[in-house]
Design a protein around this ligand. Structure first.
Ligand code: NI
Ligand code: MN
Length: 226
């Protein structure tokens, strides 16, 4: 399985048969390496929460690619109203899709829409596809239940988590999160997109190394195989 980073929290997942995007914030994302128009076919778009730097180009990409929008119930309804194909879920629930299994898990954050719409609870996303397990934490603080999420759904082949501070955990807390989450590799995200979330990913990686945990810094446009 190939995981390609497109900046902020946007990851493209290429499996054996399916291609998926998570949090497709490309337009207005100074770190994005691609434009929304490059996607021709996608099986699904998974969305962690309603903030603009996560829902991003969902509507345009979903309409062009016919991707199924998978998110919490409120975000799913928001995109149903805009003419997209959707599947709504809630925290703690999982569902088997043709491409794999998606489960929404806790994230501690907000989830208002672009105009302040109440778009449900923020989520982390667990994806089980082609025998690989991926945990995209969404925007969140560190929380002890990350241990439970790993126990119930892991161990994970990869975990993407924010390190940029201010809106999410910063490096100190992210290092603790990595001790709670069982994953083969930790992929930092949600940093350096804007000044207020500047972070040194090298420092994060170095501090994980000292705890015998493995980080990989994937630059926008870069891919890691898991
Ligand atoms: Ni957010
Ligand atoms: Mn965000």
């Amino acid at each position: 399985m190939k995981l390609t980073f497109h900046g902020q929290s946007c990851w493209e997942i290429q499996g054996e048969k399916a291609r998926i995007l998570i949090d497709p914030y490309l337009t207005g994302n100074p770190k994005a390496d691609v434009k929304p128009g490059v996607f021709d076919h996608l099986d699904a778009i998974l969305i962690s929460h309603g903030h603009g730097d996560h829902i991003g180009d969902t509507e345009a990409i979903a309409k062009k690619t016919k991707a199924l929008v998978v998110a919490n119930y409120e975000i799913a309804n928001y995109y149903t109203d805009r003419g997209c194909k959707t599947h709504g879920m809630s925290i703690g629930g999982g569902h088997d899709f043709p491409f794999g299994r998606v489960k929404l898990v806790i994230a501690h954050h907000g989830s208002t829409g672009p105009k302040g719409e109440a778009l449900g609870s923020p989520a982390g996303i667990v994806l089980d596809m082609d025998g690989k397990k991926i945990y995209h934490t969404g925007d969140t603080a560190v929380f002890l239940d990350m241990k439970l999420i790993s126990e119930l759904n892991g161990p994970f082949d990869a975990c993407m988590l924010p390190i940029g501070d201010n809106f999410t955990m910063g490096i100190d807390d992210a290092v603790t999160a990595c001790e709670f989450i069982q994953a083969k590799v930790y992929l930092p995200m949600h940093y350096n997109t804007f000044d207020v979330i500047k972070a040194d990913a090298g420092d994060f990686a170095h501090r994980l190394e000292k705890k015998d945990l493995r980080a990989r810094i994937v630059e926008p446009g870069g891919t890691i195989e898991v």
